[in-house]
Design a protein around this ligand. Structure first.
Ligand SMILES: Cc1cc2nc3c(=O)[nH]c(=O)nc-3n(C[C@H](O)[C@H](O)[C@H](O)COP(=O)(O)OP(=O)(O)OC[C@H]3O[C@@H](n4cnc5c(N)ncnc54)[C@H](O)[C@@H]3O)c2cc1C
Length: 383
């Protein structure tokens, strides 16, 4: 096992670092406050091919492997976790399921535009009454002729405002639990599709999150993704992989928190010494650096397992659990090390503190990761 990056991975990492430092970092405070992502930033991500990292080259994407995607999301998240999640959703929650489960026609229709970033996507699973218990969704898809009428509502949809299409899940056999769910590709231009008002959030404020209202959206039968009533399998397969993108986002946040802590502690003088000379501060730095290293190895290992066709589901859950925990811990310690200045919006650690929390919540909460890991350990099949 060798996690040294290849020349190509290193080049992608460096290119993203330069882009993020020069073009994203200066805008983060302003747009975090405004709670929006500037159109120019989306355009630059498009130009750099970041929306289509995972899409196969034959469809105009970069065709990178899982480890490269992880490195890219981590790098961008060091500067902006919001941009990190926007790109992670496009690649892992939208492009991946179409690549994996789409018909030739669906791939030809959607992948080139998703790969170029001409269209942006989102994934709508969560509903007001169905979060961790995804099989409890109430949205239905009723067949009439060559159409399905999709009726219901989704909650907390990342990219909800900026996206042009949504991979969504609806009950096609309402009494069959998880075995009665199907997956559809919905276009925003379809009648009855409405993105709700942006949710006012504590963290990742540049990433838009909205409810989506589906008022009998007429979806052509051709837009059924995968087999009828097999949508839950698509959800699980997609989330099992995509949660590594959130783990990578968490690594980026944690690394940024550690970097800020190091820089500040070496400058701030109290009692005639830089605070980095105090053992209490050194212990915080050492613990964060150690836990971050362990989390990074765990995340890279899980991605490497995907790329080498090895079992990875439990390892990906462990990686997400560890990385999100260290992101929250690193951001907390960073604010502590900054003292009162850590609470000021002009200091990056204030945003990191707010951004870190969501990594323990979306794409499976930490409690759900523990449940998944335990079920793997004791060999229970997931329902
Ligand atoms: C900013 C943001 C962006 C999001 N983006 C998307 C998106 O793009 N698409 C999408 O579909 N969803 C998205 N989500 C939704 C996210 O995936 C859910 O919030 C998450 O799965 C948890 O669901 P919930 O919020 O309903 O919490 P609940 O499921 O109600 O959980 C509440 C608490 O109970 C715990 N809990 C629940 N069940 C169990 C159990 N069996 N054992 C132990 N503890 C349990 C949870 O861990 C949690 O602590 C997003 C959420 C946020 C906040």
């Amino acid at each position: 096992m060798d996690f040294r990056l290849t020349k190509e991975q290193d080049k992608i990492k460096q290119t993203i670092k330069d882009f993020a430092d020069k073009e994203i970092a200066p805008l983060c405070t302003k747009y975090d406050e405004l709670q929006e992502i500037p159109a120019g930033m989306i355009a630059r991500c498009r130009e750099m091919g970041l929306f289509g990292l995972l899409a196969p080259k034959e469809y105009g994407g970069k065709g990178v492997d899982s480890l490269t995607l992880i490195v890219a999301i981590e790098e961008i998240s060091k500067v902006s976790a919001s941009v990190g999640v926007m790109l992670s959703v496009q690649n892992s929650l939208v492009i991946y399921p179409i690549m994996q489960f789409g018909t030739r026609k669906q791939k030809e229709k959607y992948l080139p535009k998703l790969a170029s970033g001409e269209i942006i996507g989102c994934l709508g699973l969560t509903e007001a009454d169905a979060g961790s218990d995804a099989a409890a969704i109430k949205t239905t898809a009723r067949r009439t002729g060559d159409l399905y009428l999709v009726k219901g509502g989704k909650m907390f949809i990342t990219n909800g405002h900026i996206s042009d299409l949504m991979i969504t899940f609806a009950k096609t056999k309402p009494d069959a639990g998880s075995k009665g769910i199907s997956c559809f590709i919905l276009e925003k231009s379809m009648d009855g599709f409405e993105s709700g008002k942006k949710l006012d959030k504590m963290g990742i404020r540049m990433s838009d999150t909205t409810p989506v209202i589906l008022n009998n959206v007429p979806v052509p039968r051709d837009n059924l993704l995968g087999d009828l009533n097999n949508g839950f399998t698509i959800t699980m397969d997609t989330l099992n992989r995509s949660r590594l993108g959130i783990a990578a986002q968490a690594l980026g946040i944690a690394q940024a928190a550690l970097d800020e802590s190091l820089t500040y502690s070496k400058k701030r003088v109290q009692f005639g010494k830089t605070i980095s000379e105090f053992q209490a501060i050194q212990w915080m730095l050492a613990e964060v650096a150690t836990n971050l290293r362990a989390a990074r190895l765990s995340v890279y290992d899980a991605a490497w397992r995907i790329d080498n066709d090895l079992p990875f589901i439990m390892e990906a859950s462990m990686a997400k659990l560890l990385a999100s925990k260290i992101a929250v811990e690193a951001a907390d310690r960073a604010v502590q090390i900054h003292g009162g200045y850590g609470l000021l919006k002009s200091f990056k650690v204030e945003r990191l503190y707010r951004d870190a929390k969501v990594t323990e919540i979306y794409e499976g909460t930490s409690e759900i990761q523990k449940l998944l890991i335990a079920r793997h350990l004791i060999g229970k099949k997931l329902s």
